[in-house]
Structure formats: C-alpha cells, structure tokens
Design a protein around this ligand. Sequence first.
Ligand code: DGY
Length: 328
Amino acid sequence: MKPRVYVTRQLPREGMDLLARDCEVDFNPHDRDMTREELLDSVKNADGLVTLLNDNIDAEIMDAGPRLKVIANYAVGFNNIDIKAATERGIAVANTPGVLTETTADLAWALLMAVARRIVESDKFMRSGKFRGWAPMLYLGNDVHNKTLGVLGFGRIGRAVARRASGFNMRVLYSGGKRASEEDERTYNAVFCSLETLLRESDFISLHVPLTESTRHLIGGEQFDMMKESAILINTARGPVVDEKALVWALKVRKIAGAGLDVYEQEPGFESELAEMDNVVMVPHIGSASVSTRTKMAMMVASGAIDVLEGRMPAHLVNPEVWENRRT
Ligand code: DGY
C-alpha cells in the first residue's frame, strides 16, 4: 500500500506529480492557508505532511497524526516547525536548502538597488504623468558602487549576496555565526567583524540569519542607533529578526535612510506606517519566487517526503538525530 501524504497548499505541478507517483496524495483544495482545525484534521491519516512556512506545526498537530513519519517543509527556513517536538516523536523534518540561494540573493539585490536608486518612487512618478524632462535634482539617490555592504549571516544566501557585491566594487563586511575559512573570505572578498562594526560601517546591511530565539529582534532600537544615517537595511531573511516598530521609528526619525523588505514580523500583516514611507520598498515574501526555483523546491520537498516514507535518509534532514536513533 502506498503511503499517504497530505500537502497543505498545492505546489508546482512537478512536485505534486512526483508525490503522486509514489504516494496517495491529499491536498488543501483551497488557494489559501489551512486553518488550525483543518490542519489537525488533515494529519489524522497522514504518513507524511508537506507544509509551508505559514503552517504552525507544533506538538499538538504532530500528536493528531499518529502515523506521521515526515514533515517536509517547502522552504529552507523551518522556524514554523517545533523541531524538538518532531525529534522527540521520531518524525523526520526535511527542507529545501540550496536551490533557492541564488534566487533569494537576486531579490536582496533587487531591493537594495530599488531603495538606493529610488526605483519605485520614480516608477510611480512616471506613471502619474508628472515627468517634465531631465532635472538636476530629480530623484537623487545613493550610489551602490564603492560602498560597504554588511552581510549579517554568512551562510549560503549571505555568501551569494556577498559574491554579487564584487561587480559593484564594494567592500564587504560579514558577521553572525562563526568565522568563515580564509579561502572563503578570499573567494567572497569579505572581512569578518563584530556586529557592532558591521552596523557602524556599512552603507547597506543585508540580513541572512535564520530565525531562532537568539536572532529574534537582533535588529532593534539599539542597533539602529549604531547605523549610519545613510544606511539602508535589507531583510529577505525572516521578519521577526527585526523589531518592526523600532524600524518604523528609525525610518521616521531618519536614523537610517531606507529599507527594502521581503519579510515582516507578523505576516501577512506589517506596521502600516511602512506603507506610507517613500524610502521603503516592500514585496510580499517573494525571495524564492522564480518559476524555476519554486519548481526545484517542489521537486525537492516531494523527494524529501518520499525518501523518508520509503526508508531512505532524505538529502536535507533538519533533525538527523531522528535517523540515528531509528538505525540503532
Ligand atoms: C524559505 O525558503 O525559507 C523562504 O522564506 C520561502 O521561500
């Protein structure tokens, strides 16, 4: 008998087809997130659950699925899943790292450029029919080339963001986590420093740390105080890494010059004042949203679920302890 997998939101077809080849697949038929009640119900007969970062998968959900062997999250981040609870219950958690690195780095740069060169404001101006010809003071922004980029979190995505900076002849600082090897520092032309130095010296600060208890509100009032008044903050990581109220304050009192945001503290909500600020560019959590990357993520999340259900260790297992214990 094929294992049963529940998919909490339909994925690109390639992933759904892959799952359907090896599993009985049930899925949320709606184009919206599942409610708590629906999640509790859906997991009842499931051997595997394919989830999104919007699904809060805690111990109660896991206990509602006595057959559950795998939770495969359609994201590299997994802060929506109680990993400890999954591990205690012997449930493997798989995710989709790697395939979305370059796409997310592209978006961080798109935001950086958009804020620095006031692209969204200028676009609105053009559409409103106000352009009367070249003018010396029209939409003056900030240069990107020859400036300092601070990369906070030097994992895959942070490094991909750093690599792009060489085309702009930028100085790159990085912080967060442990120091990279000398070879990596050379490859990315990046200099390790303290968080404080990064905040004080960077013209652009791009966040790439995962959301954990120690990174929640890593950037708040005190950190904004340290930044240059010309600094631009880019967040494509997780919303709660930034204290969003403090960000609004910092932008309002011009402690910093601007922000480019893909993620928000209480998605889908956000501090409404952000939407009124011309020096903020906001997009709806689309870091990995290219057709090709989302397709690869769908294939990867499907393979992760199938691997566990067929007794193979998945390529990207968040809690390998589960596998070790299972073998002994
Ligand atoms: C992730 O993968 O964690 C992103 O935020 C969603 O693509």
